[in-house]
Write a new protein. Structure first.
Length: 93
C-alpha cells in the first residue's frame, strides 16, 4: 500500500547468528587444520594463529549501581574467511 513491502533479505538477528556460527566453526576448523601443520611458519600462523581483538573491561560505578562491560574475541584466518563468506551468502539471500 505504501510502497514496496517485500522483505530485503534476512534480519539483523539472523545475520549476526550466522556470523557467530561461522566464526566458531571456522576457528575450530582452523585449529584442526593447524594441528596437522608443522608448529612454526607463516602458513601455520595464518591458518591457526589466533588474533585477539576487543574492548578492555570498563567499569561504571554509580551511587546505587555498578557494572562492568567489555569483550574479547579470538579468531584465526579460517574463521575470518568463513565469516566473510557467510556474510556474502546471507546478504544475497
Amino acid at each position: 500500500m505504501f510502497g514496496d513491502d517485500r522483505r530485503r533479505g534476512p534480519g539483523l538477528g539472523v545475520t549476526l547468528g550466522v556470523l557467530l556460527l561461522s566464526g566458531v566453526l571456522g576457528t575450530g576448523l582452523g585449529q584442526g587444520i593447524g594441528s596437522l601443520l608443522p608448529g612454526q611458519g607463516l602458513l601455520h600462523d595464518i591458518i591457526a594463529g589466533r588474533q585477539p581483538f576487543g574492548m578492555e573491561p570498563t567499569r561504571f560505578d554509580f551511587w546505587v549501581l555498578d557494572f562492568t562491560f567489555g569483550f574479547h574475541v579470538h579468531i584465526n584466518g579460517v574463521g575470518l574467511l568463513l565469516m566473510i563468506l557467510a556474510l556474502v551468502v546471507v546478504r544475497r539471500a
